[in-house]
Design a protein around this ligand. Structure first.
Ligand code: F6P
Length: 324
């Protein structure tokens, strides 16, 4: 192993920079040189490489976003795009890649390695949605949760003042992880997630219970991918049927993706970055690193891609108990 490249791909997540820093420093520790690829697989195709060393990644651990930039590359889905990418890797003498991203990133990595077996790729899970199978936590999820929780707390203040019902939409186009945890932490009166079929009549009676209990406000946290639609659609569907006449809708959107990473995400990113380099040094490939309990684990790309991460039944039960 002489040269490792690192890239960030797909939706960015807070902690990607901490991971880049760990990869570069772990490589330097092992006397391996490291190069950064800008804008994920797109930069790989367009030969957008940048030298990185232990000092050039100083001061980035606390920064959100990614210093390398990110992209969802359509060209990498094409055979010609991947051929160009391979030629550029050879030109730069790169033996292996640490790919930081989500399932789209790992799908691309898997296809690429089947076509070009002399390049090894290991993945580091980075997505605020936390929907990757095999790891308890993806980098960025904890920070996004805290951002969403803080927003819910702020909305609660004004909702209380006006005795209003708020629908707060959080990210998660296929998964309810952000909604479930931030909703529990924010004391939401109802939480709607794609994994559980939404029953609008049950929601209306939940809202009636909240009114009867003389709650001065009511907050419904909605994952953007909920089967009943987005927050606007759900609010429209219950309008006139719920005891709350004054309804407001807030879509938190991309503020959940930005910001300085939490302590948890910085440490997770540092651990997984080091583990990724160690795995490559031990001739591992085609795997995603992850965390299970307190342990760092390896998950085959094939598994991480094929399976769907399920919501914890315990947290779902907790939500049901706390939202009576
Ligand atoms: O990063 C994952 C995610 O945040 C999803 O929850 C959301 O639907 C999507 O990214 C938004 O992506 P984009 O920034 O490309 O619109």
């Amino acid at each position: 192993m002489r040269k490792i490249a690192v890239l960030t791909s797909g939706g960015d997540s807070p902690g990607m920079n901490a991971c880049i820093r760990a990869v570069v420093r772990a490589a330097a520790f092992n006397k391996i040189s490291c190069i950064g690829i800008r804008r994920g697989y797109q930069g790989l195709i367009e030969d957008d490489f940048t030298r990185l060393n232990a000092r050039s990644v100083g001061g980035i651990i606390s920064k959100g976003g990614t210093i390398l930039g990110s992209a969802r590359s359509e060209d990498f889905m094409q055979i010609e795009g991947r051929k160009k990418a391979y030629e550029n890797l050879k030109k730069h003498g790169v033996d292996a890649i640490v790919a930081c991203g989500g399932d789209g990133t790992f799908k691309g990595a898997s296809v690429f390695m089947s076509e070009y077996p002399d390049i090894s790729i290991v993945g580091v899970p980075c997505t605020i949605d936390n929907d990757l199978y095999g790891t308890d936590y993806a980098i960025g999820y904890d920070t996004a949760l805290n951002t969403a929780m803080e927003a819910i707390d702020r909305i609660r203040d004004t909702a209380d003042a006006h005795k209003r019902l708020f629908f707060i939409e959080v990210m998660g186009r296929d998964a309810g992880f952000i909604a479930l945890r931030s909703g529990i932490a924010g004391g939401a009166e109802a939480i709607l997630v794609p994994e559980i079929k939404t029953d609008l009549e049950a929601l209306v009676s939940q809202l009636a219970n909240s009114r009867k209990a003389k709650n001065s406000s009511c907050i419904v946290v909605v994952a953007e991918g909920d089967d009943a639609g987005n927050a606007y659609k759900i609010a429209d569907a219950i309008r006139g049927k719920s005891p709350y006449e004054d309804i407001r809708i807030v879509v938190l959107g991309h503020i959940q993706r930005g910001g300085s990473p939490s302590c948890f995400d910085r440490v997770l990113a540092s651990r997984l970055g080091l583990a990724a380099v160690d795995a490559l040094c031990n001739n591992k490939r085609n795997i995603m690193l992850g965390q299970n309990g307190h342990k760092i684990i390896e998950v085959a790309f094939e598994k991480a891609i094929k399976h769907h991460q399920e919501l914890s039944p315990y947290l779902v039960h907790l939500m049901e108990v706390l939202t009576i």
